[in-house]
Design a protein around this ligand. Structure first.
Ligand SMILES: [Mg+2]
Length: 195
C-alpha cells in the first residue's frame, strides 16, 4: 500500500518531471505531431499537483482514480484520455485487488491499448508501457525497469507510426522518437524515484 506521504511525493515528482521536460516533449511532438504534447502534459500534471493535498489524502486506489479523472479533464489531445485511462484503471484494479501492482499495471496498459485501439510496436506510449509492465511482472529492480523504459523509448525511433497523428506521415515518421513513449518513460522514472 502506498502511503499518503508517498502519494504526495509521487504527484510532485510527476509534475516536476513533466515541467522539466515540457519543452523537449513539445520538440518531439513538433517533429511528427502537432507540437502540443509538452504543453498538454504540463497543464494536466500542474492541475494534479494543484490538488496534491486533497488527492494524496485519499486511499491509494481513490487517489489514482482522482489523478486519472483530472488528467482526462485537463490534458486534452489524444494523451489526456489515454493517460487518464492508465491512472483510472490502476485505481479500479487496486480497488478489486489491493497490492497486486503487476496485475493492475498490466490491466491498465491493456485498457490504454483498447482506448487507443492500438498495440505494442506502433510507435506510441504502449511501446514503453508494455515492456515496463513485463519488467514489473518479472520483479526486475527499479533501476532495471527505468532502463527498460528508456531503451523502449529509443526503440521507437526506427519504427513507423501506425496510430496517432504521426501515422499521417507514414515512412517520414521513421527516425523520430515518439513523444508519448518519451513522456511515459519520464513518468516511469519519476515513480521509480519515489517508491
Ligand atoms: Mg500532439
Amino acid at each position: 500500500m502506498i502511503t499518503s506521504a508517498q502519494l504526495k511525493a509521487l504527484i510532485e515528482a510527476l509534475s516536476a518531471t513533466v515541467a522539466a521536460h515540457a519543452a523537449e516533449l513539445t520538440d518531439l511532438d513538433s517533429a511528427i505531431g502537432d507540437g502540443d504534447h509538452g504543453a498538454n502534459m504540463k497543464r494536466g500534471f500542474d492541475a494534479v499537483a494543484g490538488e496534491a493535498d486533497a488527492i494524496s489524502a485519499k486511499p491509494e486506489a481513490e487517489a489514482l482514480k482522482a489523478i486519472g479523472t483530472k488528467l482526462v479533464m485537463t490534458v486534452g489531445g489524444a494523451s489526456g484520455p489515454l493517460y487518464g485511462t492508465l491512472f483510472l484503471t490502476l485505481g479500479k484494479e487496486l480497488t478489486v485487488s489491493p497490492d497486486d501492482y503487476p496485475a493492475a499495471l498490466r490491466r491498465a496498459v491493456d485498457a490504454v491499448a483498447a482506448r487507443g485501439k492500438s498495440a505494442y510496436g506502433q510507435k506510441t506510449m504502449l511501446d514503453v508501457l508494455y515492456p515496463v509492465a513485463e519488467a514489473v511482472e518479472a520483479n526486475k529492480s527499479k533501476a532495471e525497469i527505468v532502463a527498460v523504459a528508456h531503451d523502449a523509448v529509443a526503440a521507437t525511433r526506427d519504427r513507423k507510426a501506425i496510430r496517432g497523428r504521426a501515422s499521417f506521415l507514414g515512412d517520414r515518421s521513421i527516425g523520430h522518437i515518439d513523444p508519448g513513449a518519451r513522456s511515459s518513460a519520464l513518468l516511469v522514472e519519476a515513480v521509480a524515484g519515489v517508491l
